[in-house]
Design a protein around this ligand. Structure first.
Ligand code: MRU
Length: 318
């Protein structure tokens, strides 16, 4: 991705030290976070310095490389950070195998990261076929370069379409409570794609008014039958899309598909802290007696999903 004209990835390795764009600070300030140990990488994932399924997998491979002297310990520490994104577990398994067979851990990790970037680019090329000139596309959460190292999953087709001179307008759900929609807006602005941020609960209004032609979202884990876990609120958007006859696509690479589980009921949904809802910019906005529930993801049943945009093409069923 280009940031103020300079090419960046969401994270990279520099002299065996991990550098990542601190997503907690965006879009207000652009800061680089340095992770020198597996512990640091676990912090990065848990506290969402880096977020988004493929990017979590990418930073985890570096976390494994940093912890290569005690692989089991590193795997355990990283696995305990966030439960839902399949990429994290896929990445840890990949590194265990590579270290086991004697590969150079940092080289193997960098191969994984380059591969994920390539897969996301291919998602963009396939997804571009779904996008016609003048389309208005809704997306939820951030499934852009920040969430995937580069290109994005849901944003990759939009990036490629725009680079192919197709005119687009993107509706970016704000995505309460962590406001990942602002990260999407920040990326779209860098790319020069016209867009607006809308409140999550405004999506139905725009769909019903005929303002949205297509929905593309990312994914955190896709079960064998196609049920898809993604950022909380995705399910509602899928139901609304079906009601309004709008195609609803999920974009994801192989690392997000979990073919070991039959359906979405087996997906563990992360519950995050109350402060994500009860505070805004560190200021309490809810009385202490308010019970807060904060699931970070929901599962969209496959019947609401028109298709899956993958690095190998667009498929109807995983
Ligand atoms: O909690 P987050 O910000 O890590 O959740 C991210 C999402 O749900 C994304 O939409 C998903 O990972 C797809 S990222 C390409």
């Amino acid at each position: 991705m280009y940031i103020d004209g300079k090419e960046y990835r969401a994270l990279w390795l520099e002299n065996n030290i991990v550098k990542c764009i601190d997503q907690r600070k965006l879009p207000y300030s652009f800061e680089i976070f340095t992770a020198k140990t597996t512990d640091d990488v676990a912090f990065v994932i848990k506290h969402m310095v880096v977020r988004g399924a493929p990017a979590i997998g990418a930073v985890a491979v570096y976390g494994m490389a940093l912890g290569k002297k005690n692989v089991e310990n590193a795997a355990e520490m990283l696995q305990a950070t966030r439960p839902t994104a399949h990429d994290l577990f896929y990445a840890i398994q990949y590194m265990k195998k590579e270290i086991d067979k004697g590969s150079d851990a940092f080289e193997a990790a960098s191969r994984y990261v380059d591969d994920i970037v390539d897969r996301c680019k291919r998602i963009g090329e396939h997804g571009n076929q779904l996008i016609n000139d003048g389309m208005r596309v809704l997306t939820h959460c951030n499934a852009g370069a920040l969430a995937t190292v580069d290109y994005g999953t849901a944003l990759s087709p939009l990036r490629i379409a725009h680079r192919n001179n197709k005119k687009l307008f993107v509706y970016a759900d704000e995505t309460r409570p962590r406001l990942q929609g602002l990260l999407t807006a920040w990326e779209l602005r860098q790319e020069g794609i016209a867009h607006a941020v809308i409140a999550d609960n405004a999506a139905g209004y725009f769909m019903k008014n005929g303002d949205i032609d297509l929905v593309i979202v990312g994914a955190d884990r896709i079960a064998k039958n196609g049920d898809t876990a993604n950022k909380i609120g995705t399910y509602e958007k899928a139901v609304l899309a079906k009601e309004n006859n709008i195609s609803f696509y999920v974009a994801a690479p192989k690392s997000t598909f979990d073919l070991s589980i039959k359906n979405g009921t087996e997906i563990i949904i992360e519950e995050r802290g109350r402060e994500e809802l009860s505070e805004i910019n560190g200021k309490t906005v809810m009385p202490a007696w308010t019970l807060v529930k904060n699931p970070a993801f929901d599962v969209t049943p496959a019947k609401y999903i028109t298709g899956y945009i993958t690095e190998n093409g667009i498929i109807k069923k995983p």
